[in-house]
Design a binder for this molecule. Structure first.
Ligand SMILES: [Fe+2]
Length: 168
């Protein structure tokens, strides 16, 4: 399944929710950019981009079922949705399992066991910090505690140069 096919299918699934569509398109673009800048191999890059597109797949269900999209709820609900999304496609089993793992851990900041995982956390944060107007203090703390890749750090510092001015 090509990345653009995954994108088209996820846009269709969003059923006209512009916020959701904008969100995952931005996260995918940051993930793609960081992955390329970090020189990921093709398979890791593909898994990262696929996971970035579908990472919030449980949001509509969580809004409906719980009235909110807390990270832990999304992580708990997303596995069957990811499997359903890719069922009947030619996605290799190993890549499917990794995408499931990444989506069900994208709000977990410990036990980061690969560049795909690390970059997905960074890309999602770059978008969330903007969409939710995080204060400079929070961004600086997250930079110190979670950001690890040189490219992700450079992007964070650039995008949030105003918010981060004078921050330790
Ligand atoms: Fe997200």
């Amino acid at each position: 399944m090509q990345i653009e096919e995954i994108m088209k299918k996820m846009i269709d699934l969003a059923a006209g929710n512009h916020h959701d569509i904008n969100h995952f398109m931005k996260v995918h673009s940051f993930a793609r950019t960081i992955g390329r800048m970090e020189g990921l191999d093709e398979e890791t890059q593909y898994v990262l981009e696929a996971a970035a597109i579908v990472h919030d797949i449980a949001c509509p269900l969580c809004r409906e079922k719980y009235g909110n999209t807390a990270g832990a709820l999304q992580e708990a609900e997303s596995e069957p949705l990811v499997r359903e999304f890719f069922s009947g496609t030619n996605l290799p089993e190993k890549q499917l399992e990794r995408i499931v793992f990444l989506v069900t851990h994208h709000h977990t900041y410990t036990g980061v066991d690969g560049m795909d995982y690390q970059i997905l956390l960074e890309a999602d944060y770059l978008v969330n910090a903007d969409e939710s107007h995080y204060p400079g203090k929070g961004i600086a703390l997250f930079r110190k505690n979670v950001f690890r890749t040189a490219s992700g750090l450079a992007l964070l510092n650039s995008v949030f140069c105003e918010e981060l001015r004078g921050m330790p």
